[in-house]
Write a protein that binds this ligand. Structure first.
Ligand SMILES: Cc1cc2nc3c(=O)[nH]c(=O)nc-3n(C[C@H](O)[C@H](O)[C@H](O)COP(=O)(O)OP(=O)(O)OC[C@H]3O[C@@H](n4cnc5c(N)ncnc54)[C@H](O)[C@@H]3O)c2cc1C
Length: 391
């Protein structure tokens, strides 16, 4: 597949300037938002506007679409920085910089004008809507549509949908009634205000606080056939095909960024805290944990960057490498945040120590873009074929 964002739009000096600007934003203004979000348990819409106005929502999209055209592996340097911030900020930047890619591969020129470009401009919020409460993710999905003329009638349920209650459209995956497996699946852009669609906010989550997550139900909700991306039967290809590989790599880099933040906090604390007349930073046990963390983080970063470069080159290994990098990075994040909290001692278990939030936020990454079990399934399938085993 031709990579749309292959042409760099920024020279090295401008990119370095942008990276410094983001690093300053993350350490300053974003921390203020983080405190407000944790207090109010809500992401204000002004934060979306600010991220858009600063150009952070259109970093990865091509210049001809109104984006900054930053090549993918360089964009990852930026998502690494955003991931050192509050998880809700990282979530907005990651989702908006990625969703256009899922839609664009299959969009008609009219659909590109109506959905892809406004989403890049930050004028339309689009929520990726796949997971269901009563079915496995992917070919198992049960939400179904019946076609009558130029309209599909959608029935079924979805849940855990990020931005599901505030979005303008759900990019929703369903199947033609009566079909099974990947066959007959469709990708639809469903207007949140459609009749027969009901959405409620999920209960409070362990981490990624403030981001809304929706539980949706549809009862014969009309969706114009013109809002279908690709053909009937291509739904899962749109959800899980070419889009998922870069998205998994981006989530893997988010793990690297959050782990870096945990390490930063651990070092800061170890330098300050004194026990039995010595700083923690002077104790070999603590120094070893810091050394292990640094090694873990760097190993994951290099695998993530390798996966990104292979994807940019169109390598056949890219999908497997994206799963490997996600698996490796998320396990690394679990180890690093655990050690970082250990270094803080019991105090770190309480607010306002930032490690308390980082530790909670880190757990969400194990579900995003597929669990570890799913990543292992993908890797094993590449190495062994489907072999008649389980999905
Ligand atoms: C913070 C957050 C944000 C999210 N945002 C979105 C979103 O915007 N849009 C969206 O569509 N979804 C979203 N999700 C849902 C997420 O994609 C799913 O939670 C994830 O894919 C796992 O699916 P599940 O929850 O249905 O788990 P289940 O499928 O019920 O799995 C439960 C456990 O069994 C394992 N398992 C399941 N099937 C198999 C199998 N075949 N072989 C081996 N093991 C298996 C899983 O790995 C997992 O450990 C979000 C989740 C979180 C936590």
């Amino acid at each position: 597949m031709k990579q749309l964002d292959a042409a760099p739009a920024l020279d090295d000096a401008s990119f370095a300037e942008l990276r410094d600007d983001i690093a300053r934003y993350v350490a300053g203004r974003a921390e203020e938002w983080a405190q407000r979000i944790e207090l109010e348990r809500h992401v204000p819409l002004e934060l979306w506007d600010e991220l858009r106005d600063r150009g952070y929502l259109s970093l990865a999209a091509p210049v001809e679409y109104g984006g900054r055209g930053i090549p993918f592996s360089r964009y990852l340097e930026l998502i690494e920085l955003f991931s050192m911030s509050h998880a809700s900020i990282r979530m907005i930047v990651h989702v908006v910089n990625g969703t256009w890619r899922a839609m664009d591969r299959f969009a008609t020129p009219q659909q590109r004008q109506a959905f892809v470009l406004p989403s890049i401009k930050g004028e339309l919020k689009i929520a990726f809507t796949l997971t269901e409460p009563t079915a496995g993710t992917g070919a198992d999905l049960r939400c179904s549509v019946e076609r009558e003329g130029d309209t599909y009638y959608l029935s079924g349920e979805k849940h855990l949908i990020t931005f599901g209650t505030i979005c303008d459209y759900w990019l929703l995956f369903a199947r033609l009634a009566g079909t099974r497996g990947a066959e007959g699946t469709v990708a639809l852009l469903v207007d949140r205000r459609s009749p027969g669609a009901a959405v409620v906010e999920m209960d409070e989550s362990m981490g990624v606080r403030g981001t809304d997550h929706g539980r949706l139900t549809f009862e014969r909700t009309p969706v114009p056939v013109a809002n279908r991306l690709g053909e009937e039967g291509q739904g899962l290809d749109i959800a899980l095909g070419g889009f998922l590989t870069p998205s998994r790599i981006s989530v893997a880099m988010s793990c690297v960024g959050l782990a870096r933040r945990a390490q930063e906090l651990a070092i800061e604390y170890a330098r300050k805290r004194e026990t039995f007349g010595k700083k923690l930073a002077q104790r070999q046990a603590i120094r070893f944990m810091i050394a292990e963390n640094a090694t873990d983080i760097e190993a994951a970063r290099q695998l993530v960057l390798h996966a990104a470069r292979q994807w940019e080159r169109g390598s056949g290994d890219a999908a497997m490498l994206s799963s490997m990098s996600k698996l490796q990075a998320v396990d690394m994040l679990t180890r690093v945040t655990d050690r970082a909290l250990q270094i803080h001692g019991g105090s770190g278990f309480w607010q306002p120590h930032a490690i308390e939030r980082v530790y909670r936020d880190a757990r969400a990454q194990r579900f995003e873009e597929g669990t570890n079990e799913i990543q292992k399934t993908v890797i094993a399938r590449e190495l062994l074929g489907s072999g008649g085993g389980s999905a």
